[in-house]
Ligand binder design. Sequence first.
Ligand code: 0O2
Length: 268
Amino acid sequence: MLFDWKQALLPYEQAVDELVIKFKGIRREYQNANMISPIEDVHGRVKTVASIIEKANRRNIPLDKAITSLEDIAGIRIICRFVEDIYEVIKLIKKRDGADLFIIEEEDYITNKKASGYRSYHITINYPMFVQGEYKKIKCELQIRTLAMNFWATIEHSLRYKFNRNIPPEIKNRLTVCAEAAYKLDEEMDKIKEDLLESQQFLEVKEQILDRILYNIHELYSRSGIKSNEYNYKFIKLYQEGNLDKLREFNSELETLLAETADTNGIS
Ligand code: 0O2
């Protein structure tokens, strides 16, 4: 009888779907708390049958054992902006160990890059699930890497396929140089991370104040018919100047005015 790959891979698909939702959920939690998430993006995939057969053959694994032996049938890729964020994500995963996932092993290809130049942090987990009413643990590989590491790995992966895993030495050398350049980029980005985060926070605070100002101008106009032109002009001028303190001051001015109009209108 023919092996039913579709049926066998179904639990892996479900595990990938659930894990993607969970990691995207972490990202959303940070955003809701107005914090910058260490997770930039999350992707998941189930290895194709062709890729499973190829890898099993390469590792001399009999086909009937391929699904249970290979660690990366189900794969989740977590993309971070900074190397530091990778370690933050690892901490978050370890906190869940024994709860909704079970860590089997870790491979730190960041500190110990592969000969190819590949960098990424791999965590193999068992993910508990109910499959057709039965409790099962599905093996899944989590790959955590930066945008720069992912860029390099994606290009190198395509070239591997193009050259049937035998990349010509000249291209291999270039890739090694590129891997180092990508890592240098990560190192430089980590150095300016604080400045980047500050500027991001600055933009977020500024956006909130701008929203508040526009809301207050609208309220002044709709509550008491105060001509909003004067305030609109002042707003545009301050907006162009971009000075956060002045925008804050202007917003306080509007809020005092609003409170006064509320008093005279008897609104409490
Ligand atoms: P896919 O699904 O096409 O990505 P090894 O440890 O070297 O004997 P392997 O397969 O590298 O064997 O196992 P490992 O280390 O667990 O790697 C699993 C996955 O990590 C790979 O899956 C890749 O996604 C990624 N990876 C590992 N090494 C490299 C590398 O040098 N370059 C790139 N681009 N990715 C790597 P697969 O099997 O490639 O399948």
